[in-house]
Unconditional design. Structure first.
Length: 144
């Protein structure tokens, strides 16, 4: 999928609506920040979702990150291939690396998410904040 057609959450999930079915994945930026993804925990078909609430987890050698739903609804499909082989996320986060499909009860909730252009600015700002924090940590170590 073309990232320019997706909507993005500040927690780095992307969403694409096809009628009232919403396809959900995580951004390329998130994949690279997590580094080596070792495990993906996905919900079961039929599970409910609530906007901005966790529906699963991604584990990497660095951390565990929650996956948050972009809208209310019900899980209608999961990408079992990603659960079996998390490397798919790194290879194709906007295509074969999709995670779940939600039958949305309110697809208008996607309006709350960022466009591709807004998301690019958001991750640039986030990266700058991380650099500033790293510099402060280095300064603290120098003073010690």
């Amino acid at each position: 999928m073309d990232p320019k057609k997706l909507k993005f959450a500040d927690t780095h999930e992307w969403a694409f609506a096809q009628g009232d079915i919403v396809i959900v994945g995580i951004s390329d930026y998130a994949v690279h920040e997590l580094h080596e993804i070792t495990y993906v925990e996905l919900p079961s078909v039929g599970d409910p979702t609530v906007q901005a609430e966790p529906f699963g987890e991604v584990e990497s050698v660095k951390t565990v990150a929650e996956l948050n739903a972009p809208c209310d609804g019900e899980i209608v499909e999961i990408n079992e291939a990603v659960g079996d082989d998390p490397d798919i996320l790194a290879a194709d986060p906007y295509g074969d690396g999709w995670l779940i499909k939600i039958q949305s009860s309110d697809v208008d909730q996607l309006v709350d998410l960022m466009s591709w252009e807004q998301y690019k600015l958001y991750i640039e700002e986030e990266a700058e904040e991380e650099e500033d924090e790293e510099e402060e940590d280095e300064d603290d170590l120098d003073e010690a």
